[in-house]
Design a protein around this ligand. Sequence first.
Ligand code: ADP
Length: 186
Amino acid sequence: MGPPGAGKGTQARFVADHFGVPAISTGDIFRANVSQGTPLGIKAKRYMDAGEYVPDEVTNLMVRNRIDEDDAAPGFLLDGYPRTLAQVTELDGMIGYTGHRLDAVVVLTVDSEELVQRLLQRSETDGRADDTEDVIRRRQEIYTEQTEPLIEVYRDRGILVEVDGMGEVDDVTARIFAALDVIPQS
Ligand code: ADP
Protein backbone atom coordinates (compact mmCIF):
# COMPACT_ATOMS: atom_id res chain seq x y z
CA MET A 1 0.00 0.00 0.00
CA GLY A 2 0.96 3.61 -0.40
CA PRO A 3 -0.26 6.78 -2.08
CA PRO A 4 0.15 7.27 -5.84
CA GLY A 5 3.86 7.68 -6.53
CA ALA A 6 5.01 5.89 -3.36
CA GLY A 7 6.88 3.30 -5.42
CA LYS A 8 4.53 0.34 -4.99
CA GLY A 9 4.98 -1.07 -8.49
CA THR A 10 8.77 -0.78 -8.42
CA GLN A 11 9.13 -2.42 -5.02
CA ALA A 12 6.40 -5.01 -5.66
CA ARG A 13 8.50 -6.60 -8.38
CA PHE A 14 11.56 -6.96 -6.12
CA VAL A 15 9.56 -8.49 -3.29
CA ALA A 16 7.64 -10.84 -5.58
CA ASP A 17 10.86 -11.97 -7.30
CA HIS A 18 12.46 -12.69 -3.95
CA PHE A 19 9.58 -14.92 -2.90
CA GLY A 20 9.13 -16.43 -6.37
CA VAL A 21 5.49 -15.40 -6.57
CA PRO A 22 3.63 -13.26 -9.13
CA ALA A 23 3.22 -9.52 -8.49
CA ILE A 24 -0.42 -8.82 -9.26
CA SER A 25 -0.88 -5.14 -10.02
CA THR A 26 -4.47 -4.06 -10.52
CA GLY A 27 -3.28 -0.82 -12.17
CA ASP A 28 -1.16 -2.76 -14.68
CA ILE A 29 -3.99 -5.20 -15.45
CA PHE A 30 -6.40 -2.30 -16.02
CA ARG A 31 -3.88 -0.48 -18.26
CA ALA A 32 -3.27 -3.65 -20.32
CA ASN A 33 -7.04 -4.02 -20.79
CA VAL A 34 -7.39 -0.37 -21.78
CA SER A 35 -4.65 -0.63 -24.38
CA GLN A 36 -6.16 -3.83 -25.81
CA GLY A 37 -9.63 -2.27 -25.86
CA THR A 38 -11.25 -5.18 -23.99
CA PRO A 39 -14.73 -4.76 -22.44
CA LEU A 40 -13.06 -4.51 -19.01
CA GLY A 41 -10.70 -1.85 -20.33
CA ILE A 42 -13.55 0.12 -21.84
CA LYS A 43 -15.39 0.00 -18.50
CA ALA A 44 -12.33 0.99 -16.44
CA LYS A 45 -10.91 3.74 -18.63
CA ARG A 46 -13.21 6.59 -17.74
CA TYR A 47 -12.64 6.10 -14.02
CA MET A 48 -8.88 5.82 -14.41
CA ASP A 49 -8.66 8.91 -16.61
CA ALA A 50 -10.56 10.89 -13.96
CA GLY A 51 -8.39 9.57 -11.11
CA GLU A 52 -11.38 7.74 -9.59
CA TYR A 53 -11.40 4.17 -8.40
CA VAL A 54 -12.90 1.60 -10.73
CA PRO A 55 -16.12 0.26 -9.10
CA ASP A 56 -15.46 -2.45 -6.51
CA GLU A 57 -17.48 -5.14 -8.27
CA VAL A 58 -15.41 -4.77 -11.44
CA THR A 59 -12.08 -4.77 -9.58
CA ASN A 60 -13.04 -7.59 -7.24
CA LEU A 61 -14.02 -9.92 -10.03
CA MET A 62 -10.81 -9.19 -11.88
CA VAL A 63 -8.67 -9.97 -8.80
CA ARG A 64 -10.68 -13.09 -8.01
CA ASN A 65 -10.04 -14.44 -11.51
CA ARG A 66 -6.36 -13.55 -11.36
CA ILE A 67 -5.62 -15.24 -8.05
CA ASP A 68 -7.42 -18.34 -9.28
CA GLU A 69 -4.75 -18.81 -11.95
CA ASP A 70 -2.21 -21.59 -11.40
CA ASP A 71 0.84 -19.38 -10.93
CA ALA A 72 -0.79 -17.76 -7.89
CA ALA A 73 -1.38 -21.06 -6.10
CA PRO A 74 1.92 -20.95 -4.11
CA GLY A 75 1.25 -17.34 -3.13
CA PHE A 76 1.13 -13.85 -4.60
CA LEU A 77 1.87 -10.23 -3.94
CA LEU A 78 -0.92 -7.74 -4.51
CA ASP A 79 0.00 -4.25 -5.69
CA GLY A 80 -2.84 -1.76 -5.58
CA TYR A 81 -5.44 -4.03 -4.02
CA PRO A 82 -7.32 -3.77 -1.70
CA ARG A 83 -7.94 -0.02 -1.80
CA THR A 84 -11.37 0.21 -0.19
CA LEU A 85 -12.90 -1.31 2.93
CA ALA A 86 -15.27 -3.31 0.72
CA GLN A 87 -12.26 -4.74 -1.12
CA VAL A 88 -10.71 -5.78 2.22
CA THR A 89 -13.80 -7.83 3.01
CA GLU A 90 -13.91 -9.26 -0.47
CA LEU A 91 -10.23 -10.26 -0.34
CA ASP A 92 -10.79 -12.00 2.99
CA GLY A 93 -13.53 -14.02 1.34
CA MET A 94 -11.43 -14.86 -1.71
CA ILE A 95 -8.45 -16.14 0.25
CA GLY A 96 -10.69 -17.96 2.68
CA TYR A 97 -11.80 -19.90 -0.37
CA THR A 98 -8.35 -20.46 -1.93
CA GLY A 99 -6.72 -21.32 1.40
CA HIS A 100 -4.17 -18.49 1.32
CA ARG A 101 -3.55 -16.11 4.20
CA LEU A 102 -2.26 -12.55 4.33
CA ASP A 103 1.23 -12.61 5.81
CA ALA A 104 2.01 -8.91 5.69
CA VAL A 105 0.71 -5.60 4.44
CA VAL A 106 3.57 -3.27 3.53
CA VAL A 107 2.83 0.46 3.54
CA LEU A 108 5.31 2.82 1.88
CA THR A 109 5.39 6.25 3.48
CA VAL A 110 6.54 9.20 1.37
CA ASP A 111 5.99 12.90 2.03
CA SER A 112 3.52 14.67 -0.21
CA GLU A 113 5.96 17.12 -1.84
CA GLU A 114 8.15 14.24 -2.94
CA LEU A 115 5.09 12.37 -4.28
CA VAL A 116 4.07 15.25 -6.52
CA GLN A 117 7.63 15.58 -7.83
CA ARG A 118 7.84 11.87 -8.63
CA LEU A 119 4.49 11.80 -10.42
CA LEU A 120 5.25 14.89 -12.49
CA GLN A 121 8.58 13.33 -13.41
CA ARG A 122 6.82 10.08 -14.36
CA SER A 123 4.38 12.02 -16.54
CA GLU A 124 7.34 13.14 -18.67
CA THR A 125 8.91 9.70 -19.01
CA ASP A 126 5.98 7.21 -19.04
CA GLY A 127 3.18 9.27 -20.54
CA ARG A 128 0.49 7.76 -18.32
CA ALA A 129 -2.87 9.38 -19.06
CA ASP A 130 -3.58 9.84 -15.34
CA ASP A 131 -0.35 11.66 -14.45
CA THR A 132 -1.64 15.20 -15.09
CA GLU A 133 -1.72 17.67 -12.23
CA ASP A 134 -5.52 17.69 -11.72
CA VAL A 135 -5.83 13.94 -11.90
CA ILE A 136 -2.84 13.44 -9.57
CA ARG A 137 -4.56 15.68 -7.02
CA ARG A 138 -7.80 13.72 -7.32
CA ARG A 139 -5.97 10.39 -6.91
CA GLN A 140 -4.31 11.69 -3.76
CA GLU A 141 -7.66 12.80 -2.32
CA ILE A 142 -9.26 9.46 -3.06
CA TYR A 143 -6.33 7.63 -1.49
CA THR A 144 -6.69 9.68 1.70
CA GLU A 145 -10.45 9.19 1.84
CA GLN A 146 -10.82 5.59 0.80
CA THR A 147 -7.52 3.77 1.21
CA GLU A 148 -5.74 5.32 4.20
CA PRO A 149 -8.37 3.90 6.60
CA LEU A 150 -7.20 0.40 5.61
CA ILE A 151 -3.91 1.04 7.42
CA GLU A 152 -5.70 0.90 10.78
CA VAL A 153 -7.57 -2.25 9.80
CA TYR A 154 -4.36 -4.10 9.07
CA ARG A 155 -2.55 -2.57 12.04
CA ASP A 156 -5.30 -3.98 14.27
CA ARG A 157 -4.73 -7.39 12.71
CA GLY A 158 -1.03 -7.16 13.57
CA ILE A 159 0.21 -7.62 9.99
CA LEU A 160 1.04 -4.02 9.08
CA VAL A 161 4.64 -3.28 8.11
CA GLU A 162 5.38 0.44 7.72
CA VAL A 163 8.41 1.33 5.63
CA ASP A 164 10.01 4.69 4.87
CA GLY A 165 9.69 5.05 1.08
CA MET A 166 11.94 8.13 0.76
CA GLY A 167 15.35 8.00 -0.87
CA GLU A 168 16.95 5.62 -3.36
CA VAL A 169 15.04 2.63 -4.75
CA ASP A 170 17.68 0.17 -3.46
CA ASP A 171 17.57 1.64 0.03
CA VAL A 172 13.79 1.31 0.14
CA THR A 173 14.05 -2.32 -1.03
CA ALA A 174 16.60 -3.02 1.72
CA ARG A 175 14.25 -1.48 4.30
CA ILE A 176 11.33 -3.60 3.09
CA PHE A 177 13.39 -6.78 3.22
CA ALA A 178 14.69 -5.92 6.68
CA ALA A 179 11.15 -5.24 7.89
CA LEU A 180 9.97 -8.56 6.43
CA ASP A 181 12.97 -10.40 7.95
CA VAL A 182 14.20 -11.41 4.52
CA ILE A 183 17.80 -12.62 4.35
CA PRO A 184 19.50 -10.73 1.48
CA GLN A 185 20.61 -12.89 -1.46
CA SER A 186 24.27 -12.34 -2.41
P1 ADP B 1 -1.34 4.74 -8.65
O1 ADP B 1 0.07 5.04 -9.06
O2 ADP B 1 -2.23 5.93 -8.79
O3 ADP B 1 -1.44 4.07 -7.33
P2 ADP B 1 -2.14 2.33 -10.19
O4 ADP B 1 -1.32 2.08 -11.39
O5 ADP B 1 -1.95 1.38 -9.05
O6 ADP B 1 -1.90 3.84 -9.78
O7 ADP B 1 -3.70 2.36 -10.57
C1 ADP B 1 -4.16 3.20 -11.61
C2 ADP B 1 -5.68 3.33 -11.58
O8 ADP B 1 -6.29 2.03 -11.69
C3 ADP B 1 -6.26 3.90 -10.29
O9 ADP B 1 -6.22 5.32 -10.25
C4 ADP B 1 -7.70 3.35 -10.38
O10 ADP B 1 -8.49 4.05 -11.29
C5 ADP B 1 -7.48 1.95 -10.93
N1 ADP B 1 -7.30 0.97 -9.83
C6 ADP B 1 -6.17 0.27 -9.53
N2 ADP B 1 -6.36 -0.53 -8.47
C7 ADP B 1 -7.65 -0.34 -8.07
C8 ADP B 1 -8.45 -0.86 -7.01
N3 ADP B 1 -7.98 -1.76 -6.13
N4 ADP B 1 -9.73 -0.42 -6.92
C9 ADP B 1 -10.24 0.46 -7.77
N5 ADP B 1 -9.53 1.02 -8.78
C10 ADP B 1 -8.25 0.62 -8.94
